[in-house]
Structures are given as C-alpha cells and as structure tokens.
Design a protein around this ligand. Structure first.
Ligand code: HEC
Length: 201
C-alpha cells in the first residue's frame, strides 16, 4: 500500500515538474508566429465548443431576408472584414500576423455556414478570449448581432445586393472625408428590440 501511494505521488509529481519547467524556462510559445504547443489547437477548440454549446441561444429571432443580410454586410465591412476578409479577395494583412489566424469567413473552406447561427451570434457578442476576436456586445445592438451572424451563416448563397455591400470600397480608418458609414452605427434604442430575445448575462 505504501508503495502504491508513493507511486501515485511520483506519478503526479513528475508530469507536474515537467509542465512547470516547460513554462518556467520559456518553452511555451508566446509569439503569434511560434509553433502551437502540443495539443494547443485541439484543446482550445474543444473548450470553446463545449462552452458555446452550453450558452448559445437556440432560437434565431429573425429571418435571413435580403434586407437583414445587407444590413449584416454593412456591419461586417465596417467591423470585421479587416480581419476576416471579403468574398473573392486575398486575405488582409492582419489575417497573416495573428495567432490563431482569423478564419477568412467568405473562403469556402473556412466559412461558418454549417455552424448553428446561435453559436456565431455568441462568438460575435462575447468574443474569444486571447485570440484577438473582439466581443461586440457593447458596440452592436441585438438586431445587428443577429444580422451579421445570419450573413455569415449564408456566406455561400448571398443575394447580389448583399455581396455588393460587402465588396464596396471601405473608407480608410483615418479618413478626413466625412464617411457615410460610421464604423459602428449607434445602438438603436428600445424600438428595435424583440421581446422574445433572452439575454443570458
Ligand atoms: C482584430 C481581428 C478581428 C476582428 C476585427 C474580428 N474578428 Fe472574428 N475572429 C478573429 C480571430 C483571430 C478568430 C479566430 C479565433 C480562433 O481560431 O479561436 C475569430 C473568430 C471568429 C469567428 C469564429 C469562427 C469559427 O470558425 O468558429 C466568428 C464567427 C467571427 N470571428 C466573426 C466576426 C465578426 C462577425 C466580426 C465583426 C463584427 C469579427 N469577427 C471581427 C479576429 C477578428
């Protein structure tokens, strides 16, 4: 019995020491360009998915009408395309220097058209800690969050007007000319609020 307990203690102790040394002596990657840690990507994905599946809303409170999709496209080109790109164009510079890389959401292989819309909504609202993906819950209204999420869920079958709104030239960030599309449209007050929206914060 004594031996067994000793075995357990050593068995727990050795991996702990190795783990500590790995981090303490600077082997854990910090640069965005560094190789990922063993299992880093798998573990991160698993943790994220499990958490979102628990918290994401199951009901989508609006339809993917052309109007909603085009509104979503305007929100996207002001707030998201810098990292996530637009249809038929090469990835942006930001999309090359981050870790993890921002998925190019209009690229066939990286779009989130198979994900539940509620999961995309959760991601856009709350952001993803330590990835560079901002949470937009403070900047966008409920309606806007759903519109941009619907846009991404339909990324492979957008009506032409929506696609046009996505690819129209963007005002530069330090624009001196007055821009017609403010970077973030102010939250519309109560009027646009759906009463069946549930907020789980
Ligand atoms: C500063 C860069 C940046 C901006 C701006 C940004 N994102 Fe992201 N986003 C990221 C990164 C990086 C990830 C990848 C996180 C990961 O791989 O874990 C991500 C992930 C996502 C995902 C999850 C994709 C998947 O495969 O599960 C969605 C959806 C998303 N972003 C939507 C948006 C929307 C919508 C906006 C604008 C309202 C936006 N992002 C703005 C960097 C950004």
């Amino acid at each position: 019995m004594k031996r067994f307990i000793l075995g357990v203690i050593i068995g727990l102790f050795i991996p702990a020491v190795i783990g500590y040394c790995y981090v303490r002596f600077g082997f854990a990657p910090i640069a965005t360009s560094a190789q990922p840690m063993p299992f880093e990507e798998k573990a991160a994905k698993m943790i994220m998915r499990a958490h979102m599946t628990k918290e994401m809303p199951k009901n989508v409170p609006m339809q993917p009408t052309e109007d909603n999709l085009t509104q979503g496209a305007n929100i996207y080109s002001s707030n998201c395309s810098f990292c996530h790109g637009v249809p038929d164009q090469p990835a942006t510079l930001a999309a090359k220097g981050m870790f993890p890389l921002p998925p190019q959401l209009f690229n066939k292989d990286e779009m989130v058209t198979d994900d539940p819309v509620g999961r995309t909504y959760w991601t856009v609202k709350n952001g993803l800690r330590m990835t560079g993906m901002p949470g937009f819950g403070e900047m966008l209204s409920e309606n806007q969050l759903w519109q941009v999420s619907l846009l991404l869920s339909q990324a492979d079958k957008l009506p032409p007007a929506t696609k046009a709104a996505l690819t129209k030239p963007q005002p530069t960030t330090s624009s001196t000319t007055p821009s017609t599309t403010p970077a973030v449209t102010p939250k519309p007050s109560t009027a646009a609020h759906h009463h069946h929206d549930h907020d789980h914060d």
